[in-house]
Design a protein around this ligand. Structure first.
Ligand SMILES: NC(=O)c1ccc[n+]([C@@H]2O[C@H](COP(=O)([O-])OP(=O)(O)OC[C@H]3O[C@@H](n4cnc5c(N)ncnc54)[C@H](OP(=O)(O)O)[C@@H]3O)[C@@H](O)[C@H]2O)c1
Length: 253
C-alpha cells in the first residue's frame, strides 16, 4: 500500500482528531490544522507510536493568505499533497434564522464554506501538477453534514453552509475530473465539542437521534473515521462528486 500525505483541517478535536488517529494507524503522514495549537499538539501526541510523520499548521482556514502559505509549505516540506480533508467547521449558537446576526452568518459561511473552498482551491492547484501520481493526482474530501440535506431547527445557516459544500463538491468534481476526485461525507449526530458542551443541546440531539436514526444510536467519531479511511483508500478511486451520508439512516435519499 502507498502511504499518503494527508491534510486534515480542524484536527485538534472531535471528528478530525478521530480521522487523524485512524489514518495514522494505517500508516499515512498527516498535516494537522486548526486555530488552537495546544489541541493540535494533543492530537500529535496521540499519534506517537504509529511511526508516521506529522506536521502542525496553526491557522484559520477562512484566511486566504494563511491557506495559500500552508499548502505551499506542505509541498515545500513533503513534496506531495495526496489528499486534503476539509473538516474544519463551526455550528454557531443555535438561533432562529430570523434572529441570527449578520456577523454570525458571515462567520459560519466564512469558516464552513469559504474555508473549504480556499483549501480545495490551493490544494487542487498543486495537485493538478502532480503528474507522477497515478491514476489520480489527488483527492479532496469535504465534511458536509446531514444538515446539508435536511433542514435542522435553529441551525438553519449552518445547514445552508453545509448544503453549499455539497454543491461545491459536485462543481469541483466536474471541473477537476479526471485527475482529481472530490467527494463529501454527510455525518449525522455525533457528540463532539461542536455541540458547545451544552447539556440541553446534547439531550436534544440524543432525543432526536433515537427518534429518527434507523439504527437507534448516535454515531461515533470512529464511524466517521472508517468512512474517511475508505475515501482515502484506492478502493474509492472510481467515486467522484458523491455526498455520502453516515447518519444511521436519518436522511434517506
Ligand atoms: N459532530 C457532529 O454531529 C457533526 C455532524 C455533521 C457534520 N459535522 C462536521 O464535522 C466537522 C468536525 O466537527 P466536530 O463535530 O468534530 O466538531 P469540533 O470538535 O468542534 O471540530 C471542529 C474543529 O474545527 C476547528 N476549526 C474551527 N474553525 C476553524 C477555522 N476557522 N480554521 C481552522 N480550524 C477551525 C476547531 O478547532 P479550533 O477552534 O482550535 O480552530 C475544531 O478542532 C465540522 O465541519 C462539522 O460541521 C459534525
Amino acid at each position: 500500500m502507498e502511504f499518503k500525505n494527508i491534510l486534515i483541517t480542524g484536527s485538534g478535536t472531535g471528528l478530525g482528531r478521530a480521522m487523524a488517529i485512524r489514518l495514522a494507524k494505517e500508516g499515512h503522514n498527516l498535516i494537522l490544522n486548526g486555530r488552537t495549537e495546544s489541541k493540535l499538539i494533543e492530537t500529535k501526541e496521540m499519534l506517537e507510536g504509529f511511526g508516521v510523520r506529522v506536521l502542525i499548521k496553526v491557522g484559520d482556514v477562512s484566511d486566504s493568505n494563511f491557506v495559500e502559505t500552508m499548502i505551499s509549505e506542505i509541498v515545500d516540506e513533503w513534496g506531495l499533497l495526496h489528499i486534503a480533508i476539509n473538516n474544519a467547521g463551526i455550528s454557531g449558537t443555535p438561533t432562529p434564522i430570523i434572529d441570527i446576526s449578520e456577523e454570525d452568518v458571515q462567520k459560519i459561511m466564512d469558516i464552513n464554506f469559504k474555508g473549504a473552498w480556499l483549501v480545495s482551491k490551493f490544494a487542487a492547484q498543486i495537485m493538478k501538477k502532480q503528474r507522477k501520481l497515478k491514476p489520480l493526482r489527488g483527492k479532496i474530501i469535504n465534511v458536509s453534514s446531514m444538515a446539508g440535506k435536511e433542514p435542522m431547527l435553529l441551525l438553519g445557516i449552518y445547514a445552508c453552509s453545509k448544503a453549499a459544500i455539497i454543491m461545491l463538491t459536485k462543481s469541483m468534481a466536474k471541473e477537476l475530473a479526471p485527475n482529481i476526485t472530490v467527494n463529501a461525507i454527510c455525518p449525522g449526530y455525533h457528540i463532539t465539542p461542536i455541540c458547545n458542551d451544552d447539556p440541553n443541546f446534547i439531550q436534544n440531539i440524543i432525543d432526536n437521534s433515537t427518534m429518527k436514526s434507523l439504527l437507534k444510536r448516535i454515531g461515533t467519531a470512529e464511524d466517521v473515521a472508517g468512512l474517511i479511511s475508505f475515501l482515502v483508500s484506492d478502493d474509492s478511486n472510481y467515486m467522484t462528486g458523491e455526498n455520502v451520508s453516515i447518519d444511521g439512516g436519518v436522511v434517506l435519499q
